[in-house]
Structures are given as C-alpha cells and as structure tokens.
Design a protein around this ligand. Structure first.
Ligand code: ZN
Length: 178
C-alpha cells in the first residue's frame, strides 16, 4: 500500500495471511499455520477470509491473528475491535447483497483459535432455516444456480465494501470514549 496511514493492512488480490510469529503458534492449530480460507483483508491483528463453502457463496470469517482461545481473553479495546470488525462485515452484506438474515457464530470447538463466522443466509439456501452446520436439505448442486451467480457477480463490490470498512476501523484503532 502506498498510503502511509495504512502501512500494515491491505486488501489486494492474492493476499497472504499475517500469522502469529513462529514461536507463538499453538501446536496443531490450523489457524496459526494457515489463513483458513481465501484471504480478503490482512492486518497484524486480524484477517477476513472467504470460507469458499460450496452452496454458501457469502460465508466469511474474521480470524484473530494471535492464538487466543476465547474472546474474553482479549483486552477490552481488542474485544471491541474484534466485534466492530464483525459488524463491518455484517453491514457490508446488508448493504450489498441484502440477505434474509446474517448469522454470526463463534464456535471453535474443532479449532479453538478465536474466529467469528459471518454468513449471509437466504431462504433458498440448502440449509435454511437451520444453521449451516446442520445437514443440508438441498445439495449444493441443486441450489438454484442463478441465485449463486447473482452473489458471485456482487462479490467484488461486497469485498470492496468490507475492506473499506475494515481499513477505516483499524485506522481508528480504539473504542470511542465513553
Ligand atoms: Zn491458533
């Protein structure tokens, strides 16, 4: 990035994730070793990745860079930043792809490294109205292809809105004074 205010974040194509320093990676933790999806935005504190789940075109994750097991382990200003980042992604979805509902989830039962799932849901998706982790009632190949195509055509605008929001958030860097 040439913008001097943004020395360490970017949203270029082909981004590499910013991972914890090797000495701070938890043994066996996938999110300490790799991005966890296609990296859309990278910053030293957090990244946004596209989950690339078949049939769920607008499934993203905010992954905290440091290996932290629970959100409440973060200092309060970082808790705030983490949730504001989730809000930025959700708001971009509402504005650009108008989902029926946005689902937020922080599970981490399989990979206990702090990350939030942000998933745009539609009444036509193969799991709706159940969570995306429930068995699909419609296989990905049977979801209406024109619906998926509509989302793919909006992906660039969606991710541009997400990146712009995350850059603005991380430039600010601290919660507003109470
Ligand atoms: Zn980890």
């Amino acid at each position: 990035m040439s913008d001097a205010r943004l020395p360490s974040s970017s949203c270029l194509e082909g981004l590499e994730p910013q991972l914890p320093p090797p000495g701070e990676r938890a043994a066996g933790c996938a999110l300490c070793q790799e991005g966890g999806g296609r990296v859309v935005f990278a910053h030293p504190l957090l990244r946004l990745v596209h989950a690339q789940e078949p049939g769920l075109e607008a499934f993203y994750r905010i992954v905290w860079t440091a290996h932290v097991r629970e959100w409440s382990e973060l200092p309060a200003p970082q808790q705030w930043l983490c949730m504001q980042a989730v809000a930025v992604v959700e708001r971009a979805m509402r504005e650009v792809i108008a989902p029926h509902k946005v689902n937020l989830a922080s599970l981490g039962n399989v990979v206990p490294h702090l990350h939030w799932h942000i998933i745009a849901r539609y009444e036509w998706d193969g799991h709706f109205p159940a969570p995306v982790w429930a068995p699909a009632h419609t296989a990905p190949q049977d979801v209406p292809p024109q619906r998926l195509q509509w989302l793919r055509e909006r992906r660039a605008a969606l991710e541009a809105a997400m990146c712009a929001g995350l850059q603005a958030l991380l430039q600010g860097g601290a919660p507003p004074a109470a």
